[in-house]
Design a protein around this ligand. Structure first.
Ligand SMILES: *Cc1c(COP(=O)(O)O)cnc(C)c1O
Length: 447
């Protein structure tokens, strides 16, 4: 009986997608107008595109000189240098926050935030399953349980309506990840956090300059963490930052990552506080200062191209671009993503669709696999630390409830394009749209 209901629902969904295609003028007409439909490159036809997309990263002579001048000064580390200080000041300004701490990388920015906000042994932290592994490892390294909240498949974000049911008396913090550069639903997340007295650590490692209601991503929760790894929208090879508006907390971040020394309101009396060394080097900061000259312009181009690409490909049956919440006033587009519905493509598996697209000269990937099912979870649960910190009952309950069906499905449907593909002219977007359209036109022979 259930089966019948589902079948009918699927039928209705399929019928409404078909109707939309007719309203948009029919996809065949579009393909004819562009003249791109033809034999798939996968089957020996001419690819839609043979040029590469924009290079990444991008630098100039001034960047080369600023690095050389640091080298020649001999002051390569933060202690005697000025460049990291300057970067922190400028990044706080750019994000509209009171304070910024530069770190060695994004993973250590997250670790610092968790430590300073008091997340530790026996705690639970709410996390999304659709993210880079670092978001989860930092919770495990803090000897806390990463509790997965299922994904909202429309936005790829932590489903804001499924957070509250995961809260227990041990929950300490939420890590919304502004995944792929779109922003999690911060209104709902902050409201739930306030109600239950939880800390909010934004993983904004993919969301430089994205905005929620006019505020920069990373500046909306208690602390925001960034990565400046080579592929990120603000790159320096390896690097990271924590931003925040609570000066005392930020002073603690500075002190903790500088061996527990005094910083601002934190007055250490000798070796009073336990700390670590996560200091950024002067070279990293010099590259970042150079990159910051272009970041706003790049963000504008990505947003413009992404909106244009969406307007083109959302008309193709079975292609559903990632949506964003109404509160998002700017996207970062670290990745451009859409869902691929194979039912509209003659049931061709995602891998087949991707090979066809790649052959047309469009690099595209399938993205994350479900993190809540990865080996790191069982590895953590059976570790000595976890066995000591958590009762058998808690770990068994965790295993039973560790299910994210919406995310499982998203991982089977997601397609990614990298941010640098959005930096070229509008004709690059036409190539992407035409290639997807061409694969769609040829769906009959794809499976
Ligand atoms: C890149 C990234 C990190 C980790 O940053 P690193 O600088 O590579 O340590 C964490 N979370 C997300 C979502 C990321 O994309």
């Amino acid at each position: 009986m259930n089966g019948n209901i589902l079948t009918r629902r699927e039928f209705l969904a399929a019928a409404s997608v078909g109707a939309a295609a007719v309203v948009s003028g029919g996809t065949g007409v579009y393909a004819q107008a562009t003249g791109k439909a033809g034999k798939l490159a996968l089957q020996g036809g001419t690819p839609v595109r043979s040029k590469p997309f924009s290079d990444w990263p991008i630098w100039d002579r001034a960047d080369e000189e600023s690095i050389l001048s640091i080298l020649r000064s001999g002051d390569w580390y933060r202690g005697r240098g000025k460049v990291v200080d300057e970067f922190e000041k400028k990044y706080a300004e750019l994000t509209g926050t009171k304070s910024c701490l530069a770190t060695v990388n994004g993973t250590n920015a997250l670790l610092t935030a968790l430590h300073v906000l008091g997340v530790g042994i026996g705690d639970e932290v709410l996390v999304p399953p659709y993210t880079f592994v670092a978001t989860i490892s930092v919770v495990i390294l803090s000897n806390a349980l990463p509790v997965f909240v299922d994904t909202d498949p429309e936005t790829f974000q932590m489903d804001p309506d499924k957070i509250e049911e995961k809260i227990t008396e041990n929950t300490r913090a939420i890590i919304p990840v502004h995944i792929l550069g779109t922003v999690a639903n911060m209104d709902k997340i902050n409201a739930v956090a306030k109600k239950h007295n939880l800390k909010v650590i934004e993983d904004a490692c993919q969301a430089h300059l994205a905005e929620w209601r006019g505020k920069k991503a990373g500046a909306v929760g208690d602390l925001g963490c960034f990565s400046f790894q080579n592929s990120k929208n603000l790159p320096c090879g390896e690097g990271g930052a924590v931003i925040g508006n609570d000066e005392r907390i930020m002073d603690k971040c500075h002190s903790f990552t500088n061996c527990g020394r005094s910083y601002g309101s934190i007055k250490a009396d000798g070796c009073q506080f336990v700390g670590t060394n996560r200091r950024m080097t002067e070279y990293q900061a010099a590259i970042l200062l150079g990159q910051m000259k272009r970041i706003e312009k790049d963000a504008e181009i990505r947003n413009k191209n992404a909106a244009y690409l969406t307007s083109k490909i959302e008309k193709i049956p079975g292609i559903i671009p990632q949506r964003f919440y109404e509160g998002q006033t700017m996207g970062a587009y670290h990745l451009y993503a859409f869902r691929y519905k194979k039912e509209q493509f003659n049931d061709a598996p995602l891998g087949k669709f991707l090979s066809a697209l790649n052959a047309e000269g469009i690099p595209a990937w399938s993205g994350y696999s479900p993190l809540n099912k990865e080996g790191i979870i069982e590895d953590a649960l059976t570790s000595k630390n976890f066995q000591r910190a958590f009762s058998k009952e808690r770990l068994d309950k965790y295993r039973r409830e560790n299910n994210c069906p919406a995310n499982d499905q998203l991982c089977n449907e997601a397609v990614w394009l990298t941010q640098s593909m959005l930096l070229g002219p509008q004709s690059d977007m036409n190539d992407i749209a035409n290639a997807i359209q061409k694969v769609y036109e040829n769906r009959g022979i794809l499976a």
